[in-house]
Design a protein around this ligand. Structure first.
Ligand code: 3PG
Ligand code: MG
Length: 386
């Protein structure tokens, strides 16, 4: 992949794609991790005399919708960098071009949410050309959006000299090393609700990992395939066949919970009981892994050269069913090996338990990290290699 070292930025207008798709509540940024993660590239470009024009999406608006304006991100970025950040209410066109033309070397301009334009997700060549008209060079640091072949992540990279930013390069390096040359043993803990959502990831780790620890509701199709009763646990018919196949292919490396925490319904005030074993009685649903499982998984994670974790072990958003996810998060955080956590729910869980700074690498990508680890080519990365 081309990196910042491959290009000269002095006095250049640099169109920098970042992933500022942060959670907002009533217009307030509730987690600015992704903004802070983009700072090394922004600072590197400013130091080298670039005029920095930032492009990002925020959520999935249907056209121009003020609830999804990036304006609050300009204010946060100004706080974090200590320099003024200009904001363009239009993504492309006259206002954006005029503001871009006024930028001094080292200056920063943030464009409005790129998904306000239909041409973005359509990867429309005319819209990509309008974006390209704003800059002399394109830099992509939006790892979280690298699995999208959109105008600002893929189309525009074909129209300008282009390179990967610091964050994107680092994410790709860490995750590709996990796939190709991990410190062994490689132990992966994968949770979540549905086998079919994670099947490609499970296949990928079954082929590479020394142990694959399963948690979350996705253990029930495995139990059902083994002939256990699942009660009213989440267990969909379509997940049974893939679970059966994974068991047949890798049962010696695939580890399932040996005890569970049950609830009589999915609620914080549900009736709760522990189950030693895997047969869930009628009227009960499995909502977390049990203590023995947590202790066993923690031991496996502590013995790993490399740990990968993605997906909660139970319904951690409900306090009575959070212990398994907390135990795995703590085990990942205290494990002596290299620890890598995929974004999305696992990142939220780590943050909830105050452990976000205790892992080797917390990916800023949810879907992008998973697709990379499934072994799929990501359009936003491939285009920087061609
Ligand atoms: C994410 O939050 O995973 C990225 O910003 C990508 O967002 P998207 O799934 O809406 O494309
Ligand atoms: Mg999203």
């Amino acid at each position: 992949m081309r990196t910042l070292e491959d290009l000269d930025f002095a006095d250049k207008r640099v169109l920098l794609r970042v992933d500022f798709n942060v959670p907002l509540a009533d217009g307030e940024i509730t987690d600015d991790t992704r903004v802070r993660a983009a700072l090394p590239t922004i600072e590197a470009l400013r130091k080298r005399g670039a005029r920095v024009i930032l492009v990002s999406h925020l959520d999935r608006p249907e056209g121009r919708d003020p609830r999804y304006s990036l304006r609050p991100l300009a204010a946060r970025l100004a706080e974090l960098t200590g320099v003024d950040v200009a904001f363009s209410e239009t993504v492309v066109g006259a206002q954006a071009e005029a503001l871009a033309a006024q930028l001094a070397p080292g200056g920063i301009l943030l464009l409005e949410n790129v998904r306000f334009e239909d041409g973005e997700t359509a990867n429309d060549p005319a819209f990509a050309a309008a974006l390209a008209a704003l800059g002399d060079i394109y830099v992509d640091d939006a790892f979280g959006a690298a699995h999208r072949a959109h105008a600002s992540t893929e189309g525009v990279a074909r129209l300008l000299p282009s390179a990967a930013g610091v964050l994107l390069s680092h994410e790709v390096e860490v995750l590709e090393r996990l796939l190709t040359d991990p410190e062994r043993p490689l132990v992966a803990a994968v949770g979540g609700a549905k086998v079919t959502d994670k099947i490609a990831l499970l296949d990928s780790f079954l082929a590479r990992a020394d142990a694959l620890l399963i948690g979350g509701a996705m253990c029930f199709p495995f139990f059902a395939a083994e002939g256990h009763a699942t009660g009213s646990s989440l267990c969909e018919d379509e997940d049974l066949e893939p679970a059966r196949r994974l068991l047949a292919e890798g049962s010696e490396r695939l580890e399932l919970p040996i005890d569970l925490v049950l609830g009589d319904r999915f609620a914080a005030d549900a009736e709760v009981r522990e189950l030693a074993g895997r047969d869930v009685p009628d009227g009960w649903m499995g909502l977390d892994i049990g203590q023995l499982t947590s202790a066993h998984y923690a031991e496996r994670l502590h013995g790993a050269g490399t740990v990968f974790w993605n997906g909660p072990m139970g319904a951690f958003e409900l306090e009575p069913f959070a212990a398994g996810t907390r135990a795995v998060a703590e085990a990942v955080a205290s494990a002596p090996g290299i620890t890598i956590v995929g974004g999305g729910d696992s990142a939220a869980a780590l943050a909830q338990f105050g452990l976000a700074d205790s892992v080797t690498h917390l990916s800023t990508g949810g879907g992008a990290a998973l697709e990379l680890l499934e072994g799929r080519p990501l359009p936003g990365i491939e285009v920087l290699r061609s």
